[in-house]
Design a protein around this ligand. Structure first.
Ligand code: FES
Ligand code: FE2
Length: 423
């Protein structure tokens, strides 16, 4: 349980709020670079600020204020130039740093006007990594954009799935350090959704949580497993500050504003041994819906089930009314780290996980077992030994609505039939 005041601190993300300032110390994924194969400008809201992301004619990405510095026209209707974006109202043009580089009429009648030098449009750096676009909205110099190990794995089919989530990001992130929900929300609820009443999944017997440099680890033992199981020896990662890492699968809960988040998930699937080299061109990005035609939340896919939990907690979960148990130690640890880091930042310190050393940032290894089959590939005949990988052959089970062309590209990369059998 938290006081109303602490719940506000934990959930407010706008400029000048304690958590908003903390979150501005990190790079955030904001979408897939391949979205800009079709468009060049899109409106985007991040941490309570209205912005536009664009890809200019040189292929460089930028993120600037949505409202033009002249008379506040909407730059999401602007158009891109060789360098930067131009407003569609009177043609003022801005570079990626937000400098006004052209005022067509003013430049004609008043060339050399010093006013132009002083015009600044709010602008934030954007980088591309692993097919994702990342933005940084904090004080400069920006820290390193971490290159996580999975981003460097080759010979894999990658895809990016995004969904608009109408609730605060923190309740989504708390789900990243919550092992018990696997048993109920994914295993047992799925059984009931299929119309069966049994059998229920193996019970959790023991959980523990540990902090490490880039997040928290949750570890678990369920009926029928032992302390030698990687779920206990290595655990799984709640990635700092707003993601999770499951080896070939990341998810981030990007704070749009206090009441909205963007779920961005990144998936990697190694092609079978013998099908190398496989080089993927552009990484496909697709949008997964979260509501069905009756306005109910979709529950058929694993991450959709999570989303049912997040949005069900309300636009901003009221933590003054919750009742935490032993299972929630990880959640208490995460909250405490955020509160402590907000205090540390007041003393000028970087919060947890911020990387300043390029030698560290260029390869950040995260814990996951087993990694070897993901990196080196699996022989076709050995797929049944890896059920969580094998199951992906027959269809995309994480989120609903994978476009047929993405499935087709996956089938081609993997060398399988429509039903997921090796050819
Ligand atoms: S409002 Fe943008 S150029 Fe005038
Ligand atoms: Fe889940």
């Amino acid at each position: 349980m938290l006081s109303e005041e602490k719940n506000k601190v934990l959930t407010q993300v706008g400029p000048g709020t304690p958590m908003g300032e903390l979150l501005r110390r990190y790079w955030h994924p904001i979408g897939g670079a391949s979205e800009f194969d079709q468009i060049s400008v899109k409106p985007f809201r991040l941490l309570g600020e209205d912005l536009v992301i664009y890809k200019d004619l040189s292929g460089n990405f930028g993120m600037v204020d949505r409202q033009c510095a002249h008379r506040r026209a909407d730059l999401s209707y602007g158009f891109v130039e060789t360098h930067g974006i131009r407003c569609n109202y009177h043609g003022w043009s801005f570079d990626a740093a937000g400098r006004c580089v052209e005022q067509p009429f003013e430049d004609t009648v008043n060339p050399g006007n010093p006013q132009k030098e002083r015009i600044r449009l709010k602008a934030y750096p954007v980088r591309e990594l692993a097919g994702l676009l990342w933005a940084y909205m904090g004080p400069l110099p920006a820290p390193e954009l971490p290159v996580y190990d999975a981003f460097t794995w080759g010979n894999g089919f990658r895809e990016i799935v995004i969904s608009d989530i109408p609730c605060n990001w923190m309740q989504c992130q708390e789900n990243s350090c919550d092992p018990i929900h696997f048993e109920w929300m994914h295993d047992n609820w799925s059984t009931r959704l299929k119309g069966k009443t049994a059998p229920y999944a193996p019970k959790h017997l023991k959980v523990k949580f540990e902090e490490f440099d880039y997040g928290f680890l949750y570890k678990r033992i369920r009926e029928g497993s032992s302390e030698s199981n990687p779920y206990w020896t290595v655990g799984r990662v709640a990635l700092w500050p707003n993601g999770f890492y499951l080896g070939p699968h990341f998810g981030w809960r990007v704070p749009i504003d206090d009441e909205n988040s963007l779920s961005i998930a990144w998936f990697y699937m190694r092609v079978p041994k013998g099908r190398e080299p496989y080089v993927q061109g552009s990484v496909p990005t697709w949008v997964s819906p979260i509501k069905d035609e009756n306005g109910r939340w979709i529950s058929s896919h694993v991450m959709n089930q999570d989303i049912v939990a997040w949005v069900g907690q309300g636009r901003i979960a009221d933590r003054t009314k919750e009742t935490l148990g032993v299972s929630d130690q990880g959640i208490a640890m995460i909250r405490k780290r955020f509160f402590d880091d907000i205090e540390a930042m007041k003393e000028g310190k970087d919060p947890k996980g911020v990387i300043r050393d390029p030698a560290i940032g260029r390869y950040v290894e995260l814990p996951f077992e087993p990694k070897k089959p993901l990196i080196e590939g699996i022989r076709i005949e050995d797929y049944p030994k890896y059920p969580t990988i094998n199951v992906r052959l027959s269809g995309f089970r994480h989120m609903v609505g994978q476009p047929p062309e993405v499935r087709q590209a996956f089938i081609k990369a993997m060398g399988i039939s429509e039903s997921g059998q090796f050819l």
